[in-house]
Design a binder for this molecule. Structure first.
Ligand code: MN
Length: 719
């Protein structure tokens, strides 16, 4: 590599050309600071280390990033490789710059058991920061670009390791962000260092073929140009060669030789208007026969990285296949620059709305990563997600949903809402009932059939492909298995206690939690699960209770026993002790409501709200009893809300976002739509009391599209 010719003046000019009000003094300061920090270091290629951050900053200026990002680009290696600290950086250059530099600083290797672990943790840290601020990844891209361009100076093992990472992580990431040129360079450079001999061979063959076919491509181009001119369309037509890595991948996946790869050359037509794209397509198809199944309309259905074009393959004069890409100039710019294509300099300009479309998937991935034990697992997931191809399907309301290729109806259900996934019982594709494992195709209209009693099954894990579905199913199964384990543990323990003539009753501590610790379990629940699944014999546990000291059982287990035999804490029934009771499923009383109890045969007392229409009819009845609340602050009760909205995309998402922002748990959701384009939701929520519910109701009413929120709906009478 030749010595870098960029000077401080060059960089300032570059930045001020698009950001006239940029802080030049701060930029100067960062330049000298970095130079000073790295002054004793050299790159492997023998140049001053300083050349590296200069390249990075200059690349970022080419991408028109704001001055903070350029400064962070200059400083990006100072904390990792010199004595500079993050505090130094934030003190001199501010929090914004320090945030980016910190995100790019690898974690100290000493804290980890292996290099892989340290790398994975550093990578996770960077991705979390990137999901917050996309500028972080732009700096990393510029950094990686320079490292790839100077990779020949490193030892072969390092070359292979860095090249692999570039191919597995950075090229797909550049692709997802729509930066076409960067993706191609990452892929070709990665390929070059991973398979040097193959690269050399391909490059020779490609050069030869290009010479051979030059006239052929030229003729093809002229034919197209003339045809377009005849029809009054001015366009730029150019021949294009597939890049090395693309050819290599094709040879590998189809097990063919270089000579058998038919679409090494292609043509690209660039026009000014979108409608011209379709006109050009028609003209090309009138010249040559299109190959069936090869036409793709990425204009009507853009790729997830906003890529737009028409693709078609035709049979040329000698029967050979030639691929065409047809697009407008604007589409071409987006194909090349992606997320960077619309960046215009603005001070403190972080992620705009347009940008969030590019990284929505990343944010979802990051938000689901809390469930993952280690960073290596997260890295693997990320690699899978970043590479995935997509299918586009429709909701019954004709909303387009994008899912990774291979997704099933269950993936779709979870993509709509976790509760839809958890209650998913069946699916219709284009009106026809299909199995849940049905793999979605482009253009399918997907309708999920939910059932209140449905729940995910372990079997689903064998066919779902999205991270969200996998995580939510596992969560559900874990919770369900825990619940069952605890229930089973309590039953077994109860049987054992009775066998020994001990009646579980409320009393002073028998140190249940401590008993759990004696058996090396973190909590009482864990011990109960162990009993439930037979890992710990119940009689051993009972023996440890030390009941001969006349101690009874501790409260946690007592409350579980009581629940188990049908009681319910939190409600006092006047004059009746320990009576079996349950809350009514018609009015869902919650703390703060006035209550009425109704004695039923076989079911004990059913608790209703005083104003419940079902109970009003019985108020004179002798079976009505007085009941009142007796609750602590931490207990929640179920409440039911009926919500009517206009049927528009995103309304459920807004509602559930609101619910979770108030830290209220959504227990159940049922949705229906009506002829009049209204949607009806029945929500069952876990709330603390009436004031929390009222506040939620009021907030819901202010959501755009919500028509009515009520606790009253037409429900079956329940005694
Ligand atoms: Mn670097």
């Amino acid at each position: 590599m030749a010595a870098i010719s960029i000077t401080l003046q060059d960089l300032i000019e570059k930045v001020t050309s698009y950001a006239p009000d940029a802080d030049k003094d701060l930029l100067r300061k960062a330049w000298f600071f970095t130079n000073e920090a790295h002054c004793n270091q050299k790159r492997k290629e023998g140049t001053r280390y300083f050349e590296h951050p200069i390249f990075v900053a200059s690349t970022l200026a080419d991408l028109h990033l704001d001055v903070s990002t350029i400064i962070a680009g200059l400083l990006h290696d100072t904390v990792e490789d010199t004595d500079t600290s993050i505090e130094d950086i934030s003190g001199i250059f501010g929090e914004d710059v320090a945030f980016m530099v910190d995100a790019l600083t690898k974690l100290d290797k000493i804290e980890f058991t292996s290099r892989e672990e340290a790398q994975a943790e550093s990578f996770r840290k960077m991705l979390l920061a990137m999901a917050k601020d996309i500028r972080v990844i732009m700096i990393k891209f510029a950094d990686r670009l320079h490292n790839m361009r100077t990779l020949e100076h490193l030892a072969p093992e390092s070359q292979k390791r860095i090249a692999t990472e570039t191919l597995e992580v950075y090229a797909p990431l550049a692709n997802r962000l729509g930066i076409g040129w960067l993706k191609l360079e990452f892929e070709d450079m990665g390929f070059k260092f991973l398979h040097p001999e193959l690269y050399e061979e391909l490059s020779k063959k490609l050069f030869k073929k290009r010479e051979e076919q030059e006239d052929y491509i030229k003729n093809f181009t002229i034919t197209v140009e003339n045809k377009l001119k005849e029809n009054g369309i001015s366009a730029e037509v150019s021949g294009r060669v597939k890049h090395f890595y693309g050819i290599f991948k094709k040879m590998k996946s189809q097990r063919i030789t270089f000579e058998e790869v038919y679409d090494i050359f292609g043509l690209r037509v660039i026009v000014t208007e979108k409608t011209q794209c379709y006109a050009v397509l028609g003209l090309i198809h009138s010249l040559w026969i299109p190959v069936p199944g090869r036409f793709k309309d990425y204009i009507a259905l853009p790729k997830s990285n906003m890529y737009q074009s028409l693709h078609t393959t035709v049979l040329g004069p000698k029967g050979e296949r030639v691929e065409f890409q047809i697009r407008t100039l604007e589409m071409h710019r987006i194909a090349e620059e992606g997320i960077a294509s619309h960046w215009l300099y603005k001070e403190k300009n972080k992620i705009e709305d347009k940008d969030t479309k590019y990284i929505k998937w990343l944010r979802e991935l990051v938000s689901s990563q809390n469930d993952l034990k280690d960073a290596t697992e997260f890295l693997e997931l990320f690699k899978g997600e970043v590479l995935s191809d997509v299918v586009y399907v429709l909701t019954p309301t004709a909303q387009i949903k994008e899912l990774p290729r291979g997704s099933t109806t269950v993936d779709f259900a979870y993509a709509v809402h976790t509760q839809i996934g958890n209650k998913c019982a069946g699916a219709r594709i284009n009106g026809r009932i299909v199995p849940l494992r049905y793999e979605l195709h482009n253009g399918d209209t997907v309708e999920i059939i939910t059932a209140q009693r449905a729940g995910p099954s372990k079997d689903w894990l064998n066919f779902v492909v999205t991270q969200k579905a996998k995580t939510r199913i596992r969560q559900w199964i874990n919770i369900e298995e825990r619940k069952q384990g605890i229930d089973l543990g309590i039953k077994i323990l109860e049987v054992e206690l009775r066998k020994q003539g001990i009646r579980p009753s409320k009393g002073k501590s028998a140190k249940m939690e401590e008993t759990a610790k004696l058996f090396n379990y973190k909590s009482l629940d864990d011990l109960l699960i162990a009993i439930g699944y037979g890992r710990v014999p119940a009689h051993q546990v009972v023996a440890k209770f030390n009941l001969n000291e006349n101690t009874a059982l501790d409260i946690p287990i007592i409350s579980k026993f009581l629940k188990n035999i049908g009681s319910h804490k939190g409600i006092k029934i006047t004059g009746i002790d320990n009576m079996l009771h349950n809350t009514a499923k018609c009015c869902y009383p919650i703390p703060g409501d006035s209550l009425v109890g109704y004695v039923t045969r076989g079911k004990g007392v059913t608790i209703h709200r005083k104003e419940c229409p079902n109970i009003l009819r019985f108020t004179s009845d002798e079976r009505v009893v007085d009941v009142s609340w007796d609750m602590d602050d931490e207990t929640t009760s179920q409440a039911k809300l009926f919500v009517e909205t206009v049927d528009k995309p995103g309304i459920l998402a807004s509602l559930s976002a609101l619910i979770s922002s108030l830290k209220i748990n959504l227990h159940h959701l049922q949705a229906t739509t009506s002829q009049n384009k209204h949607a009806y939701f029945i929500l069952i929520l876990e709330v603390k009391n009436i004031s929390q519910l009222t506040s939620l109701k009021n907030k819901m009413m202010s959501v755009d599209g919500v028509i009515n929120v009520s606790r009253h709906g037409s429900e079956q009478i329940e005694e």
